[in-house]
Ligand binder design. Sequence first.
Ligand code: 2HA
Ligand code: ZN
Length: 270
Amino acid sequence: MKDILTAPFMVEMIRTVTNMYAHGWDERNGGNVSLMLDENEVSEYLDTNKILREISIGFTAPKLAGKYFLVTGTGKYFKNMQYDPAKNMGLFRLNKNGDTAELLWGYSDGGRFTSELPAHLMSHIARLEVNPENHVVMHCHPANLLAMTYVHSLDEREFTRTLWQMCTECIVVFPDGVNVLPWMLCGTNEIGEATAAKMNTARLVVWSQHGIYGAGADLDETFGLIETAEKAAEIYMKIAHLPLVTTISDEQLKTLAAAFKVTYREGYLN
Ligand code: 2HA
Ligand code: ZN
């Protein structure tokens, strides 16, 4: 068996959460990431018959039965991930019933997966229906997106239009827009179900006064989605209190969508 710490998926995961921390998106134990893996990727590094522990997930996800996931740990700090990956993350397979995590590696101090596992796995299911290549769900607390949920309408069309108007490339990066949940209690199956329902129509879901969820084919794409939305929110927070003299018009947004051949969210432009 090869050393799992040299696996490309492991190296990329550690680099990504370290970078998320460096961006200020993941204070203390804030944020969580899940990466779906193929059995043949995992079996180069781990004996997939050697289950270390079984951990109930508290709901059932039969559509993900038998799937492998690398998931950040509950209460763990992204700041520390690179120094002790086996303590701060775990790799598990969901059992045949889709209700138990079969731990194959990690959570070495007796820990377990993020408290937001319902939102992660339910979002994986929702995104896989739209894009069979989806592998990543990412949650974090970027300051400007969060700030925006205190001063901007939470209407999804309005929220999306504002972000599209803040940087020219936003409509190209997230033509599907940003969906928005009102404040809800985190760490529950209810917020997981609500997030997954929002993931049917967009890869970004804002949790008002809390943070954001992103989904994508790989870690780079998902990071880039959140990074772009957060940059737009930063521009908004810099200008929202100033007189608006110029913006990107709906005609210009349509020109961008046509030039970059993206299908923008229906009905979101006038
Ligand atoms: O504690 O971000 O939403 C990690 C979180 C919970
Ligand atoms: Zn959070």
